[in-house]
Design a binder for this molecule. Structure first.
Ligand SMILES: Cc1cc2nc3c(=O)[nH]c(=O)nc-3n(C[C@H](O)[C@H](O)[C@H](O)COP(=O)(O)OP(=O)(O)OC[C@H]3O[C@@H](n4cnc5c(N)ncnc54)[C@H](O)[C@@H]3O)c2cc1C
Length: 396
């Protein structure tokens, strides 16, 4: 026989759910239960590249990254030394249209207080020696951008949450949340319930919300990354980088390796049936982009390649807050491929909203509230990517 309902159940122990449970417990909301249907960080979190960059395209996102960075730096210092490292982030473009957009974006980011500046060819090659800068028309460098180890940060949030009293449980994935007598029941077998439910189930959120009678416009999509071993090896303090012409990005990994990616697919994927290994076309695309633009690295040996499933929204913004018209149900998802870098802040602001009550359009969650999707849910094609432009369908 189930006991009295918990105060909150958080579904999902990716970085978002782990952070949310920890923040809710710190805010002393009462009894918090966390449920994970696989293993912590088994979803996108454990497959992410871990780049954390303030070079975003909306003000909210910049603030979210800034706040998350502070939080991750502190969390890593307390619990996971090495899980947060400042290495800077370089971006460049040869195409004149993309270069103009990069220059305009860099100025805008500076006006928003981001530590980023334009750099010329000689600085570009000095900071990233394997690069051939021929034809590059614009470049920007953000010295305080960072790289993190997402699974270590998740484990650190889980540990801090547990110390604050969060009851993290490993159970089979829940099929649906059922509203019963003013609370949410997540297990028919045990009858376990909570007053408030937070869905932080990553790519599975779409199906879980729909089965719980609260559908939202979400589209899971597959994206890929690979670890390469170049010659010579990659120093730890090399900046992360993004070639805007090809959309290929990279960051230094341990043992002198490089983690690189692009490979975002613009079609919906099933998180229970996607191909978890990297496609040969993806790997050969990386090799050809590196050969053209980063010829200082030779013998790029493939160590491994993989894919994970992220979550798109129609406007490419996260969806965080109370589900309109459904009492006691909150979501924390829709990160469009950039969830590691914004989850800490989004989770903290969500915990504030749950504990203190809604702050409306001007509150910290105003721009990402699920309320913007009130009405019928229509299918859409995912359009994520590390783009320069805001809006649902950016050109680049
Ligand atoms: C290749 C790749 C590279 C990336 N690179 C970056 C990057 O450099 N920087 C960045 O910021 N982001 C990056 N991302 C995106 C980032 O990984 C995600 O946005 C982020 O991890 C989402 O975290 P989450 O907690 O919302 O979801 P997830 O990590 O997917 O966690 C969801 C959890 O919920 C659990 N769950 C789901 N359904 C249920 C259920 N019904 N019952 C119980 N448990 C359930 C799952 O098992 C899972 O553990 C990358 C992603 C990929 C795939």
């Amino acid at each position: 026989m189930a006991g009295p309902p918990a105060d909150v159940v958080v579904v999902g122990a990716g970085i978002a759910g782990a952070a949310a449970a920890s923040h809710l417990a710190r805010r002393r909301i009462g009894r918090v239960v966390g449920i994970e249907g696989r293993t912590p960080a088994a979803g996108a979190t454990g497959r992410a590249a871990g780049i954390v960059s303030e070079q975003m395209w909306n003000r909210w996102d910049v603030r979210a990254v800034q706040r998350s960075k502070e939080e991750y730096a502190g969390l890593a210092a307390r619990r996971a030394p090495g899980a947060y490292r400042t290495n800077g982030f370089l971006r460049w473009a040869a195409s004149s249209r993309i270069a103009s957009a990069l220059e305009a974006r860099t100025e805008e980011l500076r006006a928003w207080g981001v530590d980023v500046r334009s750099v010329g060819a000689s600085e570009l090659e000095r900071r990233l020696p394997p690069l051939r800068s021929t034809g590059v028309a614009a470049a920007a460098f953000a010295p305080s951008d960072a790289v993190v180890t997402p699974s270590d940060l998740t484990a650190a949030y889980l540990a801090e949450g547990r110390e604050q009293g969060v009851d993290w449980r490993s159970i089979p994935p829940v099929d649906r949340l059922a509203r019963e007598g003013g609370s949410w029941r997540w297990s028919e077998r045990t009858g376990d319930r909570a007053r408030i439910a937070v869905v932080a189930a990553g790519a599975w959120s779409k199906a879980l919300l729909a089965a719980s009678g609260a559908p939202l416009p979400l589209a899971p999509y597959r994206t890929q990354a690979a670890v390469l071993q170049p010659e010579p090896g990659v120093p730890d303090d090399l900046p992360s980088f993004h070639d805007l012409d090809t959309d290929v990005y990279g960051r230094p990994e341990e043992h002198g390796r490089l983690l690189a990616g692009d490979g975002t697919e613009r079609v919906e994927a099933d998180p229970d049936r996607f191909r978890p290994t990297g496609d040969p076309e993806f790997v050969s695309h990386l090799a050809s982009c590196f050969g053209d633009r980063l010829p200082g690295w030779t013998d790029l040996r493939l160590v491994r390649a993989w894919a994970g499933v992220c979550v798109a929204t129609p406007d490419r913004r996260p969806v965080v807050g109370a589900v309109p018209g459904v009492e006691g149900l909150y979501v924390l998802t829709g990160f469009n491929g950039f969830g590691v870098m914004r989850a800490g802040a989004a989770a903290a602001w969500l915990a504030d909203e749950i504990v203190d009550g809604p702050r409306g359009e001007d509150g910290p969650l105003g721009p990402v509230s699920p309320a913007r999707f009130a009405g019928p849910v229509r299918p859409f094609a995912p359009r994520p990517g590390f783009t320069l432009q805001a809006g649902p369908d950016p050109e680049f």
